[in-house]
Design a protein around this ligand. Structure first.
Ligand SMILES: C[S@@+](CC[C@H](N)C(=O)[O-])C[C@H]1O[C@@H](n2cnc3c(N)ncnc32)[C@H](O)[C@@H]1O
Length: 326
């Protein structure tokens, strides 16, 4: 698994530099007028590029983070009715488009994970560089916080989350230390968790901080990121016009695997068991998939956060709904 988050992000100020911008604009064909969806608005870098690519373009943007939506509404007001920003998760994309009476769109972009503004914000709990409440929710009004999980989950459940979403090697030792510690005092802050992990794994010795994997696992779990991605991709494909494009930028292998496998499933003409003489599955090829795009060495140099980015693009060739993601 690629390391995601702090160690891949050397930005130390609250500015988010959009990743693979030129590549997103050309892959979505947004120089041709159309309606596009930015499923992860963040600081609006991709939305702006799409709106600037053709003065007739419209963008519907979604983000779960109330702060991102609030500042986006002010910052993007110059685009007037060409731009609509909704505080919503992309797993509710169909509801958002239904409420706006939009049936199909020309292209969608997902730029997964968190923005530098969230990571560098000292109050959200995403970063082990700042001491703050262990929250980690993109939407502060939805679901349990990282602290709720750490203070209530069983040892087995802690192990499963650290292993599945972080590929943490010292899963059991970390989980045991958490359950022992919370008997006397609940974990409340990022500092509480960092100190506990450092006691087990030792202090930072190389580029990777010992808390990186546990922090990644917690963020993915708290925000139900992998399940939401599957739902979001399926809804995106179902709302894409024939000839429209879906672009997804991921930053670690758990997300990328989901995107890659879903695209390759949609690109298959038949899903019958191998060796079956006659096709009975009636599957049609739904998309064509383009070659994986990675950032150039110049982009990585000017924006180190981009270094683990993988951009996958699919074009819809068959006007069917998005099939379920396995
Ligand atoms: C990497 S940032 C996007 C940056 C943006 N492309 C830009 O150029 O500024 C990812 C954003 O997605 C948002 N996000 C994460 N999960 C989401 C979800 N399920 N639905 C909507 N937004 C989500 C986060 O709050 C964050 O603002």
């Amino acid at each position: 698994m690629g390391i995601y988050g702090e160690d891949a992000n050397f930005s130390r100020n609250a500015e988010h530099i959009p990743v693979l911008c030129g590549e997103v604009v050309s892959s979505l064909n947004c120089r041709q007028k159309g309606v596009f969806v930015d499923c992860t608005f963040g600081a609006g870098g991709h939305s702006k590029m799409i709106l600037e690519s053709n003065k007739g373009n419209r963008v519907i943007a979604l983000d779960k983070d109330a702060t991102a939506v609030e500042s986006g509404k002010t910052g993007m007001s110059v685009y007037h009715e060409r731009f609509i920003l909704v505080k919503a998760g992309f797993e509710t994309l169909e509801d958002v488009l239904n409420s706006l009476k939009i049936e199909q769109v020309n292209g969608l972009i997902f730029d997964l994970g968190m923005s530098s503004i969230q990571l560098d914000g000292a109050s959200r709990g995403f970063s082990f560089r700042f001491d703050s409440e262990l929250d980690m929710r993109f939407d502060k009004n939805q679901g349990a916080t990282a602290a709720d999980f750490l203070n209530n989950a069983s040892e087995n459940e802690l192990c499963r989350v650290f292993r599945e979403y972080g590929e943490e090697e010292r899963t059991l030792a970390v989980a045991r230390a958490i359950t022992a510690r919370r008997k006397s005092t609940p974990l409340r802050t990022t500092r509480d968790l960092v100190l506990l992990i450092e006691r087990i794994k030792g202090p930072k010795r190389n580029k990777i901080h010992p808390a990186t994997k546990v922090f990644q696992a917690l963020r993915i779990y708290v925000n139900n990121e992998l399940e939401n991605l599957k739902i979001g991709l399926m809804q995106a494909v179902s709302r894409l016009k024939t000839g429209g494009r879906l672009a997804v930028i991921s930053y670690h292998s758990l997300e990328d695997r989901i995107v890659k496998q879903y695209f390759s499933h949609l690109a298959r003409k038949c899903v019958c068991p191998p060796g079956q003489p006659i096709c009975t599955c009636n599957k049609k090829q739904d998309v064509i998939v383009f070659k994986l795009v990675r950032p150039s060495s110049e982009e990585i140099k000017s924006n180190p956060r981009s270094r683990s980015a993988k951009l996958r693009i699919a074009e819809k060739i068959n006007n069917t709904g998005g099939e379920n993601v396995a």
